[in-house]
Design a protein around this ligand. Sequence first.
Ligand SMILES: Cc1cc2nc3c(=O)[nH]c(=O)nc-3n(C[C@H](O)[C@H](O)[C@H](O)COP(=O)(O)OP(=O)(O)OC[C@H]3O[C@@H](n4cnc5c(N)ncnc54)[C@H](O)[C@@H]3O)c2cc1C
Length: 534
Amino acid sequence: MANTDYDVLIVGGGLGGMYAIHKLRGMGMKVRAFEAGYDVGGTWFWNRYPGCRCDVESLEYSYSFDPKLEQDWSWEERYGTQAQILEYAKHVADRFDLRKDITFNTRVKAAVFDDKANTWTLTTDQGESFTAPYCIMAAGNLSTPRVPDFPGLKNFKGKTYHTGLWPHEGVDFSGLRVAVIGTGSSGVQMIPHIARQAKTLTVFQRTANFILPAENRPMDRAVEAKHKSEYRDRRVAAFDTPFGIAGYPPPTKSALEATPEEREAAYEKKWQEGGSISFLYSYTDLLLNKEANDTAVEFVHRKIKSIVKDPETAELLCPKDHPIGTKRLVLDTDYYPVFNMPHVKLVNARKAPIQELTEHGLRTTEAEYEFDAIVFATGFDAMTGALAEIDVRTTAGNVLKEKWAGGPLTYLGRMVSGFPNMFIITGPGSPGVKSQMILAIEQHMDFIAGCLQHMQSHQQRRVEADAAAERDWVRHVNEVADSTLYPLANSWYVGANIPGKPRVFMPYVGGVHNYKKRCDQVAANNYEGFKLSA
Ligand SMILES: Cc1cc2nc3c(=O)[nH]c(=O)nc-3n(C[C@H](O)[C@H](O)[C@H](O)COP(=O)(O)OP(=O)(O)OC[C@H]3O[C@@H](n4cnc5c(N)ncnc54)[C@H](O)[C@@H]3O)c2cc1C
């Protein structure tokens, strides 16, 4: 193998890239990560919009690799705020001295594998190139913000913002006429905060989402102490669950086996508890059987109508085009009551689509509006966007963009056949985005580290996903998705928010428990499905 600058090059300095550095350094490897932002944290560095917070409970959403870290760190609230998670990421970077191996303010533009020398060369927007035998893509699944290509975008004289590129100095909407476009997770978290400041707030909704109460509250120190005393067992138990989160009793019966009164009481209890997993755990078949799912849908519709006073607005807020849970469930604090405020208006952007931005606002097919500021809560080119922005190719003539033109193909979400020595963390074909993502990051990186260790001890230097194994895995991912209600939704899981993106179900929804078992088997069978060679 040729001499290289590093042993491993890493794209991304979010929680994924940070753990990759720590893990590989612990194996004696020389690593370098590249991060487009000026500091660590990824998602939590970029998404500084008001109200941004995690919807997995903070005691769960944290690294497990260092028992002392998880004992020392203290979370302030049931769900971590963006600010505290960023603080946590910075603390981890300081504690493990990670920044010395990260080049900040640097975007990787190209990654080329030399098929003869078995090395990757990464070229950055600073015009520099670096080589290593291995490359790890920790570029994130929700890291490529997208603003719809509205005509007239440049004509608008007011300010525009995207939730995923929020100004670090914050934004004061006091006295302004504000539009928010999009009612996914970010929009829902942000809208109550903007409503408190703005003179008027107009929310453009294309798709109503299912929004459940977060029931956020200050951290109960007794709960925290108990959780910390059980941390080790809980971390292990999380791998036996579909979403990688322990502590929620799994459901035991079908929604259709319960009487209407029992169902009402069960859903009400979960509604009061707050949280999405707990709600989906009401019955065994909410994500499998439409009739069962409809019972939960009816419950949530009734809740919305009991909160929102204007019947027309309430009706519009009731999601009708997808089963509950088939799009990412959103958790809220004060979202529905916002629409009872006299200065807040909901516009049906499905019935009257936005046609263009104008000098003073925007125009739909039905009306013209004037605004001082427009906020795009329009999401990301999810799961494949970050890799699509890098020119990934090999000297043997493989080009990732071409290979994925019809949708992403991977083996276990970890590797792409034809692209040796390149690993992906939490990529398409893995359950990453359908789980507590820090757990996914750690499991994926531990698998990669195990593979590299195995190769070292067998004097192997080249690893590639076998094309047949990849084909079988992709088929399995699709079969599993098709056995659920997930494909019924036009979600970012199928790329539906990006015009022209091939409609392919990208995450593995067979559950963290099944996926982890499969990865462990693959490792135990000498990395079955991967071609390893000297
Ligand atoms: C608003 C929001 C809320 C979320 N809430 C939750 C939640 O409640 N629970 C949960 O489990 N997950 C949540 N997520 C998912 C979250 O992305 C993950 O939990 C986790 O932070 C992912 O870490 P990562 O390092 O894999 O990716 P990211 O945090 O996305 O980091 C990737 C980094 O790579 C950098 N990068 C990308 N391309 C390049 C390039 N070419 N060159 C250089 N740098 C590059 C980016 O700048 C970014 O900093 C949320 C995501 C968002 C956007």
